[in-house]
Design a binder for this molecule. Structure first.
Ligand code: AMP
Length: 312
């Protein structure tokens, strides 16, 4: 996945890539450099061939087709490199659902939202959905067994081979320990926790003004990001029938737990049960905090900085 994304990147990236490859080749005196050169060679091979817009049958400088070079590099990452396992952390309304998909695009690994998965189970009327529905609507937490089971199965899927981003999980110390244990069984661990910080006083307005396009997860806000179709009634409130998704024109909806009452319970759960997770991971030096109480661009800039390696 990473290789495929690199293969479609810009020309200037290729130039930077090539010159760093030459420097690495000159300095390749140890195994680590050799591994890097081998990996980089596969990527450059793919980029070069794709930029020349030749077919997959075309042989590149290394005697391989672009498709083969990309596949080999993907296999190498999937087999020998550690998985990138991130937790996107923050209270309800902090922006996890907004920034998660952007991180997903950037890193090429999937964002897994337990909230989305549970809502899908509720809509589908599965056994899990039936158990979760009432507690979710009231803003409570679904049992640890259920959510741990959902994540255990989901991260075995092929798209999680290179890593994944957890949104809304873990939410309790018991879930955290279960996650650490299931990762340790394969020699993996959480590699980054990005905390989105927003004061409680800001969250109520964000949550109660939120409207969602269910199929895509696109999120709107009556004040900060209204849909183009929004019309207001005499009372100054948006008319529900006018709330339509900009892209598809389909109806938007409000989550049943996006009420001031449910938010009080969700915030209490967040502070009492979820925040202690930060202390659990802090000694590993992987927790990065972002000020999410600012404009979207500012938040995204801080997230990008938090995602970088310390030495980058
Ligand atoms: P979210 O979309 O993350 O705000 O989650 C919506 C609701 O789903 C939460 O208020 C909980 O009821 C439930 N939920 C989601 N993730 C978890 C979790 N990790 N543990 C327990 N309940 C969860």
């Amino acid at each position: 996945m990473a290789a495929r994304r690199a293969a479609t990147s810009s020309r200037s990236t290729t130039v930077r890539f090539s010159s760093s490859f030459q420097q690495q080749a000159a300095a390749s005196t140890n195994h680590r450099n050799k591994a890097l050169v081998a990996t980089t060679a596969g990527l450059i091979a793919a980029v070069t061939v794709m930029q020349q817009q030749e077919s997959n049958k075309t042989q590149n400088l290394f005697g391989k087709s672009a498709k083969t070079a990309v596949k080999e590099t993907e296999e190498k990452f999937g087999t020998y490199w550690p998985r990138n396992i991130m937790i996107l952390f923050g209270p309800p309304g902090a922006g996890k659902g907004t920034h998660g998909p952007k991180i997903e695009d950037l890193l090429g690994i999937p964002a897994l939202s337990t909230g989305d998965m549970l809502r899908a189970a509720v809509s589908a009327g599965t056994e899990v959905g039936k158990k979760a529905k009432a507690v979710m609507n009231a803003g409570g937490l679904v049992s640890d067994d259920i959510v741990v089971g959902i994540i255990r199965d989901r991260i075995k899927e092929a798209d999680c081979k290179h890593g994944f981003i957890l949104d809304g999980f873990p939410r309790t110390l018991a879930q955290t320990k279960a996650l650490d244990k299931m990762l340790a069984e394969e020699g993996a661990c959480v590699t980054k926790v990005v905390e989105l910080e927003v004061p409680d006083s800001v969250l109520e307005e964000r949550i109660t003004g939120r409207w969602i396009h269910k199929a895509s997860g696109r999120s709107y806000h009556i004040k900060y990001a209204p849909p183009k179709s929004m019309k207001k009634g005499a009372d100054g409130k948006p008319i529900a029938e006018s709330m339509k998704d900009d892209a598809t024109g389909e109806a938007l909806m409000q989550r049943k737990d996006d009420t001031a009452t449910a938010l009080t319970k969700r915030l209490a759960g967040y502070h009492n049960e979820t925040v202690p997770i930060l202390k659990h991971y802090s000694p590993n030096g992987i927790v990065k905090s972002v000020n999410a109480n600012q404009g979207m661009d500012g938040v995204w800039g801080e997230i990008l900085a938090a995602l970088k390696r310390a030495s980058a």
